[in-house]
Design a protein around this ligand. Sequence first.
Ligand code: FMN
Length: 370
Amino acid sequence: MKNPKVDALFKPLQLGDIQIENRIIMSSLTRMRCDKVTKSPNDLVVEFYTQRATAGLIMTESTFISERSQSWPGCPGIMDQVQVEGWKKVIQSVHNKKGKIVLQIWHSGRATHSQLQDGLQPWGPSAIEINGPHQILNIPHEIPHEMNLEEIQLVKNQFRKGAQLAKEAGFDGISLHGSNGYLIDQFLKSNSNKRQDEYGGSIEGRCKFCLEVIDELISVFGKGRVGIKVSPIGRFNDMYDNDPIKLFIYLFQELDKRQIAFIELMNDKDEENAYNHGLPSSQSQTQNLFEQLRNSFKGVIIGNVGLTGETASQLIEAGIIDAASFGMSYISNPDLVERIRYNFPLTVANPDTFFEGDQVGYIDYLPYQQ
Ligand SMILES: Cc1cc2nc3c(=O)[nH]c(=O)nc-3n(C[C@H](O)[C@H](O)[C@H](O)COP(=O)(O)O)c2cc1C
């Protein structure tokens, strides 16, 4: 029997020019199973996304735009024709199942290590390293090189080139990875951006790079197929802003002027983690992030972090978000849409198989058997 408490998730929705059949969105999931030589999606990856094609919309895993922008082995790129061909197979297979798929375009900035990118020093807005070990290498982070104005322009060009290749591959849209302490987020936040020039200082200065990259993506895909993911209060990768609500109200208003299709908004719950260093916790900065930002952006807001079918539905009915994205539940429930619709129990994911490895813990989670 259908669960009446999740009805709101099953009303179709228009995200700019992208029409989706339900509001259950698969959030980006890095799984490090792509071909390590070509850095391109392989058959396993095609199968993983195809199994999840009933989602209203799939956000791909983080996909890098240059050799200097990758931070994890086994992640895909969008830099060359081999990768375009790899992505085409994913997209065609998802489209054959009537699914929709958007590329998450990514630059890791300081959140990488020269050992993972042929000796290249990481870049960042300022020469401030992440205070904490690298997630995969478990060694200290390096001090990034502070990007000069030519390097900022180069990276903007790389984002545009990546978007052109994504369009050629056939993606339904593109989402800028502005969350979780990667390059865009590093420019936004006060603890990682101490620049004295027009790309730092004031809130307007810290948002400038992000908005210029958004404009590059719009120039390729058109405003109705561009989105962004943000994490205003997230601590992952040693991030912190001293006034996140003010910062993100401004950013949302600027994104609203550009009429982009969606913002995926992470409401992080980090109370304590490796990066806290005595700073206030995420939740102590605000208890109602969604409500505080809602009115600054008229387009679609996709709520994220810790949601269930029922909590997401309630937020949609209250007009606080328009759709919801699910990360962890999509690792182990390829048929999440049906499980939410019929209130079937969810399979719990095994964290040991999150990253790298083969099909185990990747494409062997089965649909619910009654
Ligand atoms: C294994 C794993 C990989 C992830 N990879 C990405 C990623 O590539 N890009 C991204 O923006 N978020 C990534 N995330 C975060 C999720 O997209 C999502 O924001 C987070 O899990 C919170 O949603 P949830 O509470 O429904 O799990 C990842 C999360 C997990 C658990």
